[in-house]
Structure formats: C-alpha cells, structure tokens
Design a protein. Sequence first.
Length: 148
Amino acid sequence: MLTIETLRHRIGEEIAVSDWFEIDQNRVNLFADATDDHQWIHVDVERAREESPYGAPIAHGFLTLSLLARFSGQLLRAEGVKLGLNYGLDRVRFITPVRVGSRLRARFTLTGITDVEGGVQVSWTATVEIEGSEKPACVAQMLVRWLV
C-alpha cells in the first residue's frame, strides 16, 4: 500500500490506472433523473441516433466527471489515512463526448502534496480515457484532503 511519505517522492508520476467501466443508457438516465438534466442528446435514444452529430446518445459531462469518485476511491488509498475528502477541482475540460456503450477508465498522476492541518492536500491530474479513442473524455485537476 502507498504511504504519504513514499508518494512525496513520486510527484509527476502516474500512480494508478483503473479498470474499464461501461457507460450504459440506464446509468445516463439515472444521472438525468438525479440532476434534472433530461436534454434529448442524453436520454432520447432514437432522436440522438437520428439527429445528434455523434449518432448515439452521449453521457453528461458531469456524469463522466462524477465517476472520478468511483475510480479514485478504488485506487488512491494511503496507509495511515483515516479520512479522504474531496477538496475541489482546479480545472476541468471535457474533451471528447462519451457515447453510451463506451468503456472508460481513469489514469491518476500525482502533481503535488502539501501539508495542511490534520493531514495533507494531494493534487492529482485525472485523465478519463475512452476505450479506442485517441483523445480523452475528460481531464481534471483534483484536490483531495487526506486526514491522518
């Protein structure tokens, strides 16, 4: 398992890569219900096939972003950390739309560790890849507080 001290020597390195995760229409519909964002390009399968420039419905950008909690929660753990908190995002870009049926994974590169009261603030560059695509779906600068 990682430790905060070993991570301090790995700034600039890729630390973890998640498994692939499929985005299905049910997940997109549930996200639409949770956020009240029922734009047709996400939830109207037939219309999206016929009218959208992508030829299929696409996932909400914020759905893609929200999956960072899933991916990071599985991968980014350090020994001695009692609690991890999402502290925020410095920059987010949605580069490539995610068609329903696509598989995604995330890569995490450590960009910094700063001591804060009660623990550390860890900065990550999270890149969400689409299987078979040269360009990522999303790139985000994540800030996480680890309390020890």
